[in-house]
Write a protein that binds this ligand. Structure first.
Ligand code: 3PG
Length: 305
């Protein structure tokens, strides 16, 4: 009997946890949960006897891995796995996976909500603007970017995208104009929606020289990671350009400085992109199934290390 630990500082819905438990128990294993914990030491203690671990954005550091000698697999129930120390996983012989696409729709719907919220001056009285007829620029055409494009088109927006890893034909077939350079994207879009992962190459890559290209009245929506933005570069731009707006799912480090921009800036208090019951169920159950399959058939699909 294996112990599968579901460690979520930001818990899944009770319904999702019940279904995860069912999958684990049907496989003859045991589910233990650690929710809303405040101290990484609690995660280390709970992981000490675990064979498998499911997390969300919980940080799985070298120290946690060292404290968990039985661990064979970690599944990040979600898309971004920048919270996992992959080198430490590999060195310890642990398979790390994510569950790509499972919470993408929730994030895409939030993007559209944030665009409308910013277009209407955070629902303050007074004249705002509409999305229809505006140009939406998708920065990375992955699972989320693609859904944002589809909803944007439904709202009557013209959609363009930059993604060197996705073929032009795929975008064209979906009514999206592929752009050759990221500079072109930032020079032309009224709304930029960011969907790049946080990696050593992308951290702070959205910087002042790139942002300075934005056309008049542009809005940047960041439901990716705060680290991809060069915060001081963006603050400089928003000081230089009173027409530019920024909305983010989870506050930047310089939240207090950004707050001085009033309704030109908005950030969620805690990351809520994937916080829907549907996304909880999709990502949580996928993670549980991937673990059961890994142990029963050796299936390593979605391995990221
Ligand atoms: C992801 O990478 O899947 C999203 O950012 C969601 O993260 P969360 O599980 O912490 O809400």
């Amino acid at each position: 009997m294996r112990k599968i630990l579901l460690a979520t500082e930001k818990p899944f819905s009770a319904a999702a946890v019940a279904e995860i438990r069912q999958i684990v128990e049907q496989a003859g294993d045991v589910l233990e949960t650690l929710e809303k914990y405040a101290d990484p030491a609690q995660l280390a203690a709970a992981a000490a006897t675990a064979d498998a671990l499911i997390v969300r954005s919980d940080k799985v550091t070298r120290e946690i891995i060292a404290a968990a000698p039985k661990l064979k697999i970690i599944v990040r129930a979600g898309a971004g796995y920048d919270n996992l120390d992959l080198e430490a996983c590999t060195a310890a012989g642990i398979t790390a996976m994510n569950t790509p696409g499972q919470n993408s729709n929730a994030v895409a719907e939030l993007v559209i909500g944030l665009m409308t919220y910013m277009a209407r001056n955070q629902f303050a009285p007074g004249t705002g603007s509409e999305l229809r007829g505006k140009k939406l620029g998708i920065h990375a055409y992955g699972n989320v970017g693609r859904l944002v494009a589809a909803i944007g088109k439904g709202a009557g927006m013209t959609v363009e995208a930059y993604d060197p890893f996705v073929g032009n034909d795929t975008m064209k077939q979906e009514g999206v104009t592929p752009l050759k350079t990221v500079e072109e994207l930032y020079s032309t879009a009224d709304y930029i929606s960011i969907h790049i992962p946080a990696t050593a190459e992308t951290k702070h890559s959205i910087n002042h020289p790139l942002l300075a290209r934005l056309p008049k009245n542009a809005t940047i929506i960041n439901t990716a990671r705060k680290e991809v933005i060069d915060e001081q570069g963006l603050i400089q731009l928003m000081n230089e350009r009173p027409d530019i707006k920024y909305a983010a799912d989870v506050a930047p480090d310089a939240d207090e400085e950004f707050k001085t921009f009033g309704t030109r800036y908005y950030a969620t208090k805690k990351k809520i992109g994937a916080e829907t019951s549907e996304a909880n169920i999709n990502a949580g159950l996928a993670a549980a199934r991937q673990i059961v399959e890994y142990f029963t058939t050796g299936n390593q699909r979605y391995k990221v290390n």
